[in-house]
Design a protein around this ligand. Structure first.
Ligand SMILES: NC(=O)c1ccc[n+]([C@@H]2O[C@H](COP(=O)([O-])OP(=O)(O)OC[C@H]3O[C@@H](n4cnc5c(N)ncnc54)[C@H](O)[C@@H]3O)[C@@H](O)[C@H]2O)c1
Ligand SMILES: CCCCC[C@H](O)/C=C/C=C\C/C=C\C/C=C\CCCC(=O)O
Length: 277
């Protein structure tokens, strides 16, 4: 008898099928702007019945709501002001989405900030809220909880795979999302509830986050980081969102952490083959 192997012990017990987004209900955190907004739009293009945007930025959220409603219809989109770092607000937003639309099928835990000089907030938004949002998704979509199962896509980053000496805290949160996603995707309680969990790990993407506007001039490396991100080569938010849609639809991506950059198309990044004994 060989050594105990956690991965083998957690063999997936349910067989999942590809998802048709048409008619589905989704939540996208950080959906007011950038990559989140592009995910919302791609879900609507794919025929989602309804999408709830959760975002802390009311001005941008309402503008996005107005613009996307004009394009895709009044009844398919809701904006809920929600700071994802506040557990009670996040819980309430999941509950209200489910009761309003009669179900929930897709959750994109995407909200994030680039300002690592606010340590507690950076961890709360980029990591803790992703963990909480994943378990809320299981609670609301799980087959053992009266749901139909569903898909969770967490937004990590290519910086979830390697070191960036000027941004250790941001990088730590993204490594956290990668490790959490790989693990929770195989957690028996999650698998048995028919919920597929994966992470998208984009490289540099042209959004407001890379302006690092709220980073204090006096913070260490703040100005250098702003220079690094000035006129970068990078993807558009829509490039990333199209990859997210592929991951939602195709069960090939279940439990995966996938990189996409302006140089490489969507690609599964496997964890090192280390057997825990
Ligand atoms: N842009 C990039 O180069 C890049 C690369 C890799 C990963 N990412 C990740 O992609 C995700 C989306 O970032 P983006 O580039 O679209 O940035 P963005 O700033 O354009 O969008 C982020 C959205 O999240 C919202 N948000 C921030 N804090 C929040 C909170 N506490 N509660 C609710 N909403 C909140 C913002 O208001 C904004 O609408 C983030 O997790 C980011 O770390 C971005
Ligand atoms: C190189 C600086 C990394 C800065 C991180 C910063 O604090 C936060 C940035 C926020 C958003 C950008 C998101 C991800 C960056 C992803 C990859 C960086 C790739 C840099 C490179 O390899 O050139």
């Amino acid at each position: 008898m060989g050594p105990f192997n956690f991965s083998q012990a957690c063999i997936l017990s349910s067989i999942s099928t590809d998802m048709d987004i048409h008619g589905k209900v989704a939540i996208v955190t950080g959906g007011a702007d950038g990559i989140g907004r592009a995910i919302v739009e791609q879900l609507l293009i794919k025929g989602a019945k309804a999408v709830t945007i959760l975002d802390v930025n009311v001005e941008t959220g309402e503008k996005t709501l107005e613009e996307l409603r004009q394009e895709y219809g009044e009844d398919r989109l809701v904006f809920v002001k929600c700071d994802v770092s506040e557990a009670t607000l996040l819980e309430a937003a999941f509950a209200s989405t489910k009761s309003r639309f009669g179900g929930l099928d897709i959750v994109c835990n995407n909200a994030g900030i680039g300002n690592e000089f606010k340590l507690d907030l950076c961890v709360a938004v980029n990591l803790t809220a992703v963990i909480r949002g994943t378990y809320l998704a299981v609670e609301h979509m799980g087959t053992k909880n009266g749901g139909n199962g569903g898909v969770v896509i967490n937004t990590a980053s290519t910086s979830g795979f390697y070191a960036i000496p000027l941004s250790p805290i941001y990088v730590a949160t993204k490594h956290g999302v990668v490790g959490f996603t790989r693990s929770v995707a195989k957690e028996p309680m999650v698998v048995d509830n028919g919920v597929r969990v994966s992470a998208i790990c984009p490289g540099v993407t042209k959004t407001s986050i890379i302006d690092l506007k709220d980073v204090d001039e006096k913070s260490r490396y703040g100005n250098i980081l702003r220079k690094v991100f000035k006129n970068p080569q990078g993807m558009t938010p829509t490039d990333v969102a199209i990859s997210v849609i592929t991951m939602i639809e195709d069960t090939k991506y279940d439990g995966s952490t996938c990189m996409v950059t302006h140089k490489t198309p969507l690609e599964i990044v496997d964890q090192p083959n280390i057997v825990m004994t």
